[in-house]
Design a protein around this ligand. Structure first.
Ligand code: COS
Length: 383
């Protein structure tokens, strides 16, 4: 749903300009230094990017899912590490509070997230609990008006920058499944929290993940999301469902950028006396990529609209994430192929995208988890 086309167009225009004029020229520097310049993060704050999804009452832009998807497609047209700066705060880090938090919790945290004053991060995955998220072992044991948290979270995006974690921990040790899990808002500066060293990743340099270790960390009981135990896994699933449409939109944006670069190269690069774009075998690769980007974009927008209409989009969110992330991998692979030998050389940027996009098929649920969600929903509906 688009509330006001001209307001959205103005936002898309300023995000597009920001991407072209500020982010694209900084891509190599970010990859070299593994960090995003502070000036760029400040500009993201000024543009309101940290508050895209947060209600206007709390100082955000309150974008609908369709509007958010369209903004992510624009922001996706550069190194994905830039999107990651705001990604957890507009997405998985804040949405648990927004969806299931109390009014007090929303008022306490959302305005500072919307302004970009604090960075939110999502702490679900553990060394022994990745795809099987419900088996998480981190415990939160009630002690007076606090919970005492112990455990280790793994691959936590933006943990080194985080001010607040949305943490999933087991409050009922007797219940080993989903209903024993609760969600908390945890101040990252609490005593009893330490960070592992930054993970050395395949790509997306400038975006950071690391372990977060909780050792007798005391979290106020008032920070239990929704003030109800046992709802944390469902909160996480709702957050991830929305996040999957968001990531699918990012995939569309990155794929579009890769395809634009590929087309430009194919039209400039000459072999056998003519631009390689004139050769039908190269054209086939360009056309396949164009078709797939278009298909993914249609899926993303459709899933987003359905969510805005209040429909259950568990299946559509997973379909969009599965298709768009796999599509992005194929588009990047064809991009390298069209670039030929140059595609394997760092100077051309395409090999960086090739490594960067590999993550899309893994995080916020692997492709196999999306398949599992889709098929389960089909079987349930048919039964
Ligand atoms: N919205 C609301 N509730 C949901 C939901 C959703 N999208 N998905 C599941 N639930 C509910 C279920 O209805 C069920 O509730 P009831 O017991 O009341 O029926 C509960 O949550 C448990 O669901 P389920 O039985 O499907 O849980 P499973 O342990 O079988 O796990 C998968 C389901 C595999 C889908 C889940 O663990 C998952 O998404 N794993 C991937 C995790 C992930 O994406 N990690 C990325 C880390 S963050 S970057």
């Amino acid at each position: 749903m688009i509330r006001d086309q001209s307001t959205l167009d103005a936002l898309l225009d300023s995000v597009g300009r920001f991407v072209r004029e500020r982010l694209v020229p900084a891509e190599e520097e970010v990859a070299e230094t593994d960090s995003i310049p502070t000036a760029i993060v400040d500009e993201m704050r000024t543009l309101g990017l940290f508050g895209l999804t947060i209600p206007e009452t709390y100082g955000g832009l309150e974008l609908t899912m369709e509007e958010e998807a369209r903004v992510m497609i624009e922001l996706g047209k550069t190194s994905p590490a830039f999107r990651s700066v705001i990604g957890t705060t507009v997405g998985i880090g804040s949405q648990g509070i927004l969806i299931d938090g109390t009014d007090e919790q929303k008022a306490q945290y959302l305005p500072r997230m919307a302004s970009g004053e604090i960075v939110a991060s999502f702490a679900l995955t553990e060394p022994e609990a990745g795809s099987d998220a419900a088996s998480l072992r981190t415990t939160a044991v009630r002690d007076g008006d606090h919970y005492v948290v112990n455990g280790t979270k793994r691959f936590i995006t933006n943990a080194p920058q985080a001010d607040v974690f949305t943490l999933m921990a087991r409050t009922d040790p007797a219940d080993k499944g989903a209903s024993g899990v609760s969600a908390f808002i945890v101040d990252a500066r609490s005593s009893g929290i330490s960070l592992g060293r930054k993970d050395r990743k395949m790509g997306q340099r400038g975006a950071h993940t690391c372990d977060v270790i909780f050792e007798n960390c005391r979290v106020p009981a008032a920070n239990l999301i929704g003030l109800q135990e046992g709802r944390g896994f469902k909160t996480a699933m709702k957050v991830l469902e929305k996040g999957r449409i968001h990531i699918a939109a990012v995939c569309v944006g990155v794929a579009r950028r890769i395809l634009d670069d590929t087309l430009r190269y194919a039209m400039e690069r000459r072999q056998f006396g003519q631009p390689i774009a004139q050769f039908q075998l190269v054209q086939a690769m360009l056309a396949d990529s164009q078709t797939e980007v278009y298909a993914a974009e249609c899926m993303v927008i459709d899933a987003a609209r359905r969510r805005d209409d209040g429909l259950n989009v568990s299946t559509e969110a997973s379909c969009a994430k599965l298709f768009a992330s796999e599509m992005c991998g194929r588009v990047a692979d064809r991009g390298v192929q069209v670039f030929g030998g140059a595609g394997y050389i760092a100077d051309y940027g395409i090999e960086r995208f090739y490594r960067d996009v590999r993550l899309f098929r893994l995080y916020e649920g692997t492709s196999q988890i999306q398949q599992l969600v889709i098929a389960r929903n089909m079987i349930r509906a048919a039964g």
